[in-house]
Structures are given as C-alpha cells and as structure tokens.
Design a protein around this ligand. Structure first.
Ligand code: AMP
Ligand code: MN
Ligand code: MN
Length: 331
C-alpha cells in the first residue's frame, strides 16, 4: 500500500486538471533542468511515455548535454538538446519536470510560446511556482515520485519501461536509498516498480558502474583537494577547469556524496570550475543545516539537505565566501 499524506487532495485535484489538459490538446513538450540528473530525465521521459500512450505528439527537449549513463532510459535517444532544432514545432502544453524555477530550464525559457500552458511538476522546497499549473510536493523524495502519482491518476499502462524510469528517478535522488528523503512511500513505490519489471541490479549497474576512467581520475583529483573547516564540521573539495579541460567526459554527479562518509561532518561542499573562475557548487548537509538557505545566499537553491549554486571568482575567494556564509552555524 502507498502511504498517503495530507497533500493528497491537492495532488488529486491538480492531477485532474492535468488529465483534462492532456485530453484537450495534441502537441506537447516535456523538459527538465540544465545539468540534467537521473530524476529530472526519468520524470521527463515518464511524462513522454504517458502522453504517447494517449497518442499525443511529444518532444523531449533539454538545453544541455545528457549524461551517457542514462542511455538505457526509454526514448533517451529521442531527446533534443538544440533549442533551434527544426523539429520542435509549437506546443500547446509544456511540462517542466524537477525544475525549481524557470531559469533552471536554460534557454528553453526563451522559446516557450506565450500561448502554451506551462505545467510545473517538482519537489524542490525552493520552487517558485513559475507554471500556469504547479504540482509541487516538497515532501516527495523526487520529481519521479510526484510524476508517478500523476501517471497513476491517469491510469498509465504499466510496463518495464515505466517501472525502470520511476525506480531510477527515485534511487538517483535518494542517493540509492540512503538520504533522509528515503520515505516509506518512496520505498513502497520502488517495491511496486520491481514487481512491475524494474531490475534493481541492472539499473545500478547502468547508472553507477560504468564511470569513464576520466571520471574516476577526476574523483581522485577532487579528493586530493579535501579540506576541513570549523574543526572538521565542514568538508570541501574542488575540481579545477584546467583538469576538466585535460580530461574529456568527467561526470561529477555524486562526487560531493563521498564527503558524507567522513565522521563528524555536518556540511559538505564541492566546487566544480565549469568555466574559468566560475564554480558550480554542490552542497550537502547531514542534520541541522538547511543548505537550501545557504545556496540561496548565492542565488541558487534546492532542498534542505542537498542544494546548489553558481558562484564566480577565483577558487580561494569562492571557498572563503562559502566558509564565511557557514560561520553562523558553527560558531
Ligand atoms: P547537485 O548538487 O547538483 O546534485 O544539486 C542538488 C540539488 O540542488 C538538486 O535538487 C538541484 O536541482 C538543486 N540545485 C542545484 N543547483 C541549483 C541552482 N543553481 N538553483 C536551484 N537549485 C539548484
Ligand atoms: Mn534534479
Ligand atoms: Mn529531483
């Protein structure tokens, strides 16, 4: 049985509005945030599957490179990554999945026609309700969990593709069932997905056990920069743009999670220099620090235990700014 909470009425009402819009319209886009992760991609492709079961025209568009490790997701190869692609056409409805604000969609923000209805399906507490319709469930483990609830409402036909996507979205955002968002509901849904044909071993193998050699070298390099702050309560590491340029295809997703292994740390952050003097920072926390609030100081956002922001400056300055911003928690 799936556990239900007090927001269930809202979820049902909004799912009904979404189902009505699906019935009335023919042309859809589905999209997710830049630097797409397993949850965003799985949620987007789940919505595409549902719409295709209803014989709709669906374009999946993401304004970024798609990590190769998700190449087993159903219709992965149909994802368009060029916002000027001639196949896009004019959507009646645009679904944004796993994006907390419109700028997280990159340049897709600029090409959504004014006439289109924008449906925002997400689980970030920092979501700013940018859609015409907003289904935002802050307690949900993942956007895939929220999307699954819409699919269930719409009587999606189950098959192993649906099961694999739901399961993958949930494991990616729960850190393989280790983060505090690993709720009974998330586990219930995953159990159901395994019964419906998701193979937990195959999925783990595809997502986690196919890293390129450059990625592992990048992890070694990042770990070699490990520093502790505030008597070991904060751990940080950095990966330079120089290193990234020398090694192709470094996938840094999950690097920061290695810092969670250290006993006694409360906040972990990883700075990846994606352009010279511009860092994409990933924050994690274990207990009492709300890193969404910390990320917000730098114009980013996310969740209480996992958040991100882009901060520009030289490595030392950026690191000091972050350490200073954490002072209130550790002094
Ligand atoms: P990451 O550290 O990239 O795994 O991101 C952790 C969480 O923070 C994810 O839920 C992201 O969607 C969110 N996040 C990362 N960067 C940003 C940003 N610049 N603005 C808002 N949310 C972000
Ligand atoms: Mn995401
Ligand atoms: Mn997510």
């Amino acid at each position: 049985m799936i556990h239900r909470d007090s927001t269930m009425n809202d979820i049902t009402n909004i799912s009904k509005q979404i189902a009505d819009l699906i019935n009335k319209h023919q042309n859809f886009w589905v999209t997710t945030h830049i630097h797409p992760d397993g949850d965003g991609l799985a949620s987007m492709l789940l919505m595409k599957l549902l719409l295709e079961q209803h014989s709709k025209n669906v374009i999946a568009i993401v304004d970024d490179h798609i990590p190769r490790k998700f190449d087993f997701f159903h219709s992965f190869h149909e994802i368009i990554t060029d916002v000027a692609d001639g196949r896009l056409g004019q959507p009646d409805i645009v679904f944004a999945l796993d994006a907390s604000n419109i700028s997280r969609l990159g340049d897709i923000e600029k090409i959504i026609p004014k006439s289109a209805t924008l449906i925002n399906i997400d689980h970030h507490v920092s979501n700013d309700y940018f859609g015409d319709i907003n289904l935002v469930v802050g307690e949900a483990s993942s956007a895939a969990e929220v999307t699954w609830q819409v699919l269930e409402y719409c009587n999606v036909k189950m098959n192993s593709n649906v099961a694999t996507l739901v399961y993958s979205g949930i494991i990616c955002d729960t850190g393989r069932f280790t983060f505090p968002n690993t709720s009974a509901r998330a586990l219930d849904i995953c159990s159901k997905m395994v019964s419906e044909g998701a193979s937990s071993a195959d999925i783990a193998d595809k997502i986690y056990f196919r890293s390129s050699q450059s990625t592992i070298l990048g992890l070694v390099e990042s770990l070699s920069t490990l520093q502790f702050h505030y008597q070991g309560k904060v751990a940080s590491m950095v990966l330079s743009n120089d290193f990234m340029c020398k090694h192709d295809h470094i996938d840094t997703e999950g690097f920061v999670d290695n810092l969670l292994a250290v006993d006694g740390t409360e906040v972990e952050f990883f700075m990846k220099e994606h352009n010279k003097d511009c860092f994409r920072v990933s924050f994690r926390s274990k207990n009492h620090v709300d890193v969404n609030e910390v990320a917000k100081i730098f114009g980013g956002g996310g969740h209480r235990r996992a958040a991100g922001a882009t901060i520009c400056g030289d490595a030392q300055t950026v690191k000091l700014k972050i350490v200073d911003a954490l002072e209130t928690f550790f002094n």
